[in-house]
Design a protein. Sequence first.
Length: 304
Amino acid sequence: MDDALVPGRLSVPSLSALAAFEAAARHGSFTRAAEELNLTQGAVSRQVAHLEKVLGVSLFERVKKRVSLTAAGAAYANDIRDGLSRLAAATVSAMAFRGAAGVLNLATLPTFGTRWLIPRLPRFTEAHPGITINFTTRLVPFDFAREQVDAAVHFGAENWPGARLHRLMGEEVVPVAAPSLLARVGITEAADMLRAPLLQQSTRPRAWANWLEQQGLAPERALMGPRFEQFAMIAQAAVAGLGLAIVPRFLVEEELRSGSLVIPIDRPITGRDGYYLVYPEEKANLPTVIAFRDWLLGECAPSS
């Protein structure tokens, strides 16, 4: 029976044909695709020809022994690559259920994950030894429907359409610097800090401006300084004496205890934004999400 798409009925080409096409598109060669897939060059060529027949469009332009993607082929390759990656991730997640109570795919902010969450995680694994947590990092909100993610730790406003949010904590933001930098610049009051480089966090562009304005200082130099994506990198840059950093206090507790960073002017600022656990509505009754939510809220509860 012909596998061509039938109007009014959902029909999907075979995974073998899609895999052959994706490999050929990525390598720009049927021969190299065949080597990767452990097939013959003729088998890959037949799979691609069959796929073109099913779709009714040409995916490759063939000139002698060379092939190149058509416009339709390039667009289809991008979509197929994303779909195959999601299928592979879903398969790995399903396999992880063997002998376990479940798997939680969690997206977290990088520095929050490494400096706050992971050190506390042994308490969760002790309480829920059958649950495996797979970590990925995200700096900004994303579409749960397009990601293999069950829940996320988010910083910002209480706003994520189609998802439930649980506030975990706020934060105090303080300026920090290496003792060597303070000695070199001679900082005794807030205005002196403007003589030093101000280290910038990419996702918090107004951090320095907010702090300077609270001190009654003009924010003209607030955006002048090296820029970093993660607080962990900013903290390390501050320890190295590259400049002053403005960071959540709880993320640099270790450096403050050791003395590698100090707070020159201890005037923290707080805002309405906070850290939230977020998950889509359709995952609200997932046992792994419920277990992690209850544990995390308990970790963030004020000490009595």
